[in-house]
Design a protein around this ligand. Structure first.
Ligand code: MF3
Ligand code: CO
Ligand code: CO
Length: 254
C-alpha cells in the first residue's frame, strides 16, 4: 500500500466522518460515571452511531473485534474490549471511536476520569494530551514523521513518562488503517515528508512506568507490563497547504 493524497471531494467526506466521530465523544461524556459498565457505553455509542448518525462503527467485526468501541481502563493501553465490568470512582478510561460515513473513516479518542481521580492520573492525562498537540503542531507540508514522533517523545520523557512503541498512528481514509505508520517517537528530519492532502492519525500512548506492554489472552487488550497507568489521546489530522486541520476537533477544544 502507499500513501494516498485525498481529493477535494474525499476531504469533504473525511470532514463529515471526523465531525461525527467527535460528536460521539461529546455525546458519551455525561454517561461516564461510577457504576456504568463499558458494555453499556458500547451499546450507547453503537446505537447513536447506527440510529442517529446513520453511520457504521468501524471496530465492530474489524479483524474479529467483538464490539463497536474500544474502552481501555487504567493499566490498559489500547484496544480494551467493553465488558460487564463496572467503572468505579478513580478509574481513568480511554474511549476510542471510529466512525465510517459514506465510505470514509474518522478516528479519535479521549481520556475520561471517573468521578475524582488521583493527582498522578490527572497529570498523566494532561501531559499525554499536551504531547498529542505538540505532535499535531509539527504538521505541515515538508515536515517529517520523525519530527512528529520526536516532539511527542521529547515532551513525554521530559515529564518522566515513557512512550509505547508497539502501536502507532496511521494514514486513514477509505481504509481504517492506511500507510504511513505514524510512530510516536523518532528523530527530527527522518522518515516520510508530509504533503498537503494526506490524512493521518496521531495517537500517543504514555505510561507512568516503563514503556513495555503485553497482549492479554483475549488477543486485543494491551496492558502495561508493569501494570502502571497508561493514557492515550487521538485525533485525525488533514495536512493543509498552510499546516493542518484537526478533523475530529470537539466543541470543548475550540
Ligand atoms: N481505533 C484504533 C486506532 O486508533 C483501532 C482499534 S482496532 C479495533 O487505530 F479493532 F480494536 F477496534
Ligand atoms: Co487510530
Ligand atoms: Co482510534
Amino acid at each position: 500500500m502507499s500513501i494516498t493524497i485525498k481529493t477535494a471531494s474525499e476531504i469533504e467526506k473525511m470532514r463529515v466522518a471526523g465531525r461525527l466521530t467527535a460528536e460521539v465523544l461529546e455525546m458519551i461524556a455525561e454517561h461516564v460515571a461510577p457504576g456504568i459498565t463499558t458494555d453499556e457505553l458500547d451499546r450507547i455509542c453503537h446505537d447513536y452511531i447506527v440510529n442517529v448518525q446513520q453511520a457504521i462503527p468501524a471496530p465492530l467485526d474489524y479483524r474479529g473485534f467483538p464490539k463497536s468501541i474500544c474502552t481501555s481502563v487504567n493499566q490498559q493501553v489500547c484496544h480494551g474490549i467493553p465488558s460487564d465490568k463496572r467503572l468505579k470512582k478513580g478509574d481513568i478510561v480511554n474511549i476510542d471511536i471510529t466512525v465510517i460515513k459514506d465510505g470514509y473513516h474518522g478516528d479519535s479518542s479521549k481520556m475520561f476520569g471517573v468521578d475524582t481521580i488521583s493527582q498522578p492520573a490527572q497529570r498523566l492525562i494532561k501531559v499525554t494530551r499536551e504531547a498529542l498537540f505538540l505532535g499535531i503542531a509539527q504538521v505541515k507540508p515538508g515536515c517529517t514523521l520523525g519530527d512528529i514522533g520526536h516532539a511527542i517523545q521529547t515532551y513525554a520523557e521530559a515529564n518522566y513518562y515513557s512512550v509505547v512503541e508497539e502501536y502507532c498512528g496511521h494514514g486513514i481514509g477509505k481504509d481504517f488503517h492506511e500507510d504511513p505508520q505514524v510512530l510516536h517517537y523518532g528523530k527530527p528530519n527522518t522518515g516520510v515528508a508530509l504533503e498537503a492532502g494526506m490524512i493521518l492519525t496521531i495517537e500517543p500512548m504514555l505510561n507512568i512506568g516503563k514503556r513495555h506492554v503485553k497482549l492479554l489472552g483475549d488477543k486485543w487488550t494491551v496492558v502495561t507490563k508493569d501494570r502502571s497507568l497508561s493514557a492515550q489521546w487521538e485525533h485525525t489530522i488533514l495536512v493543509t497547504p498552510a499546516g493542518y486541520e484537526i478533523l475530529t476537533l470537539r466543541q470543548e477544544e475550540l
